[in-house]
Write a protein that binds this ligand. Structure first.
Ligand code: SAM
Length: 232
C-alpha cells in the first residue's frame, strides 16, 4: 500500500476528544482511503512518576497551571523522530498568527504535520524556545485547550489533500479559493420556496451562461462579511 500524502501527529492531554471527529465524514473517509494518516499521542506518556504530572504552578505566582517543559519537549522530540520526515511542528496558541486559507494551503502541501495542543495557562516558554515550532491561532479568542483548534486545522487541511474531496473542483470554487472572493450562491430543490425562485440561468442547461453568472455572482455576492460592501 502506498504512503498517505499527509501524516498528522497530534500531541494532547486529551486524545479521546478526537474520537468522534476522526470517526465521521470527510476526515474518516480520507483516513480509510489511506490519503491521510492521523496519530494521537498522550503527553502524559512522557511524564515521569506515578502521578504522570505534566503541569505545575507558575513561577512568580498567578492563577492556574503551566505545562512543564520536560515532558512536553520529550514528547515532541520523540514523536518527531519516530518517522521521516520530521515534519512541521505547529503549536496551537492564541498568541500565534491567525489561520487563513493561504496558510491552510501551505500546510496541506506538507508531508507531515505535528500539532501540539496546550491546556491550562499554556506552555512553559522554554518549550517554544527549544522546539522552535510555528505558532498558529484559530482566532482572537481563548479556548480551554488546543484540541478544538487542532481539529479546525485538520478539517481545513485534510479537505485540500488530493483525492479527499469527491470533486476536486469544489475546493477551487470555494470561498477564499484560487478564484478569490467568496463562492457564488448555491441552490437545490425545490425550485420555488416561499415564493423565491431559483435564478433561471441555473436551470437553463446553458453551461457557458451558468459559468458566466457564477463568475459574476462571485464578485458581487452580498456578503455576510461586514468588510465587503453590498452590490447596488
Ligand atoms: N494563557 C494563555 C494566553 O493567555 O495566551 C491561554 C492558554 S489557553 C487557556 C490553553 C491552550 O488552548 C493554549 O495553550 C492553546 O493550545 C489553546 N488555545 C486557546 N486559544 C486558542 C486559539 N485561539 N487558537 C489556537 N489555540 C488556542
Amino acid at each position: 500500500m502506498s504512503l498517505p500524502s499527509l501524516r498528522i501527529d497530534v500531541l494532547t492531554l486529551f486524545p479521546a476528544l478526537f474520537d468522534g471527529f476522526l470517526s465521521q465524514s470527510i476526515v474518516r473517509r480520507a483516513i480509510d482511503k489511506n490519503l491521510v494518516a492521523i496519530e494521537r499521542w498522550d503527553l502524559r506518556d512522557w511524564a515521569p512518576g506515578k502521578h504522570k504530572q505534566v503541569d505545575d504552578r507558575p513561577f512568580g505566582g498567578g492563577p492556574g497551571m503551566v505545562l512543564m517543559a520536560p515532558p512536553v519537549v520529550a514528547a515532541a522530540e520523540a514523536v518527531r523522530a519516530r518517522v521521516e520526515p520530521p515534519g512541521t511542528l505547529v503549536v496551537l496558541s492564541p498568541q500565534g498568527p491567525r489561520l487563513d486559507q493561504r496558510r491552510v494551503v501551505d500546510l496541506a502541501a506538507q508531508p507531515r504535520l505535528i500539532l501540539l495542543c496546550g491546556r491550562y495557562e499554556g506552555f512553559d516558554e522554554r518549550i517554544i524556545e527549544i522546539l522552535e515550532p510555528e505558532l498558529l491561532s484559530i482566532g482572537d479568542f481563548v479556548l480551554s485547550g488546543g484540541e478544538v483548534a487542532a481539529m479546525v486545522v485538520i478539517d481545513a487541511v485534510v479537505r485540500l489533500v488530493p483525492g479527499v474531496l469527491g470533486d476536486s473542483q469544489s475546493a477551487v470554487d470555494e470561498s477564499f479559493g484560487p478564484e478569490g472572493g467568496l463562492e457564488y450562491p448555491q441552490y437545490t430543490r425545490p425550485r420555488v420556496f416561499r415564493g423565491r425562485e431559483v435564478p433561471d440561468v441555473l436551470t437553463s442547461g446553458d453551461h457557458a451562461a451558468i459559468a458566466r453568472w457564477r463568475r459574476q455572482q462571485r464578485r458581487s455576492l452580498p456578503s455576510r462579511n461586514p468588510g465587503l460592501t453590498e452590490p447596488s
